[in-house]
Design a protein around this ligand. Structure first.
Ligand code: SAH
Length: 399
């Protein structure tokens, strides 16, 4: 058994500036421009990092000379070898952080390994009942971790029967690691509600597990409300609203397969078909038409895809968020609720709140912040890596 690929002896890398404090605090990335030289090596080769002053070893990790993040740090005690025992300790620690789900028994869809947040750089695994999807975040992680052995470990330790490896790029194909390929969407529970995840073809690994706590929040605010869920994907927030007693829910997404799944999820949970409408439409057009027709909803959820894929696109993305929030505010009833989310790591919470303020103001409304949410406990992040806390969820009451 080997959870990491047994490769050659580690390459030695040296910092060209003093980043030791940052690294010791747990920031797990060293960019290529912070290294004195970039020796030739295969992506995922283990590495020892030396400081820029006396050349003392400060950390261990793995190296990818072709990646802007040239070194991912695994261990800040350089005397600790990166071997199977090390890897298994990390896997077990990650697993124990998820005991909360086993304890309640109402959620069996969760993220088991959250990469850097679990001290397992580049390794992500999502569990859906007896099935899991593993995702390695680029060539470095592919060269370092042994996905097949990790899948075996998951089968043994967690009792999973099917494990599928997704590629980083969508649609780039995947491979089967354990059991049969989950060709059909896999059924699982989230807070007692039934969903399915298309592990092979769906977005992310089939479901947006990161919005779990925020869906619970919406569930609590939905009683006797007309709810509009824009960028609904497979209806996560819609089903939560239905469970919370919404009188009617409308789900809007541009992807027909997502709306089919949202309709299916509504029925799977035993709700009345007449109380849900799935609409395949562009969100901006839908909201503009609804505003023109003076339609209003008591609770509006806006969960768009990331508008800011990189730092350069932040100004444009902020305008796009403002526009969506403005459009959502225009169809939110007086004293109704507007929930807006952003999953872009390049926008922090103050920036996103600024978008909310601008958007709401352009719709000539005033907002009260009711609550602010983020990622759930199965999406842990290193304290020193704010970029990993990408999810922002703001619930506003609009007057
Ligand atoms: N809230 C969802 C996740 C939303 S992901 C959940 O809890 O599961 C963002 C969704 O926006 C995707 O499903 C994508 O298909 C959809 N989308 C992207 N651009 C869109 C557009 N212009 N109009 C409508 N939907 C869009």
């Amino acid at each position: 058994m080997s959870l990491i690929q047994l490769s050659s002896s580690p390459v030695v890398l040296r910092l060209n500036r003093d980043l030791v404090r940052t690294i010791k605090r747990g920031h797990p990335w060293v960019y290529a421009d912070a290294l004195r030289e970039l020796p030739k090596a295969k992506p995922g080769t283990p590495a020892v990092l030396l400081d820029n002053k006396r050349g003392q070893a400060v950390a261990r990790g793995y190296y990818d000379p072709g990646c802007p993040v040239a070194l991912r740090i695994c261990e800040t005690e350089p005397d600790v070898a990166l071997d199977d025992r090390w890897a298994e300790r990390r896997l077990k620690t990650a697993r124990s952080l998820r005991n909360v789900f086993a304890a309640t028994g109402t959620t069996n869809g969760y993220r088991l390994f959250n990469g850097e947040g679990d001290g397992l750089p580049g390794l992500v695994a999502d569990v859906y009942a007896d099935t899991a999807a593993v995702k390695l975040d680029g060539d470095g992680p592919v060269g370092f971790w042994d996905a097949a052995e990790i899948a075996e470990w998951m089968t043994r330790e967690i009792g999973l029967s099917r494990i599928y490896e997704r590629r980083k790029e969508r649609g780039a194909g995947g491979r089967n690691l354990v059991g049969a390929v989950p060709e059909q969407p896999v059924e699982f529970l989230e807070n007692g509600l039934t969903f399915t995840a298309d592990v092979v073809r769906g977005q992310k690994t089939g479901f947006f597990l990161d919005q779990r706590d925020n869906r619970q929040q919406i569930r609590g605010w939905s009683r006797a409300s007309r709810v509009l869920n824009v960028f609904s994907y497979t209806g996560g927030f819609s089903i939560a609203a239905g469970a919370g007693g919404a009188s009617h829910v409308t789900s809007v997404d541009v992807a027909p397969a997502a709306i089919d799944a949202a309709n299916d999820h509504w029925l799977r949970n035993g709700f009345d078909a007449s109380q849900h409408e799935g609409v395949v439409a562009d969100a901006f057009e839908f909201l503009a038409d609804a505003a023109r027709d003076r339609q209003k909803w008591d609770l509006v959820v806006l969960d768009p895809p990331s508008f800011a894929p990189n730092r350069e696109s932040v100004p444009k993305a902020m305008t796009a968020y403002q526009n969506v929030i403005e459009a959502g505010a225009r169809v939110t009833a007086n004293r109704g609720l507007l929930a807006a989310a952003s999953c872009s790591s390049h926008l922090d919470l103050p920036m996103f709140l600024e978008c909310c303020e601008e958007g709401v103001s352009k719709a000539r409304r005033r907002g009260t912040v009711v609550t602010i949410g983020g990622q759930p406990c199965d999406h842990p992040t290193p304290l020193a890596l704010p970029e990993f806390r990408y999810l922002k969820f703001v619930l506003l009451r609009l007057d």
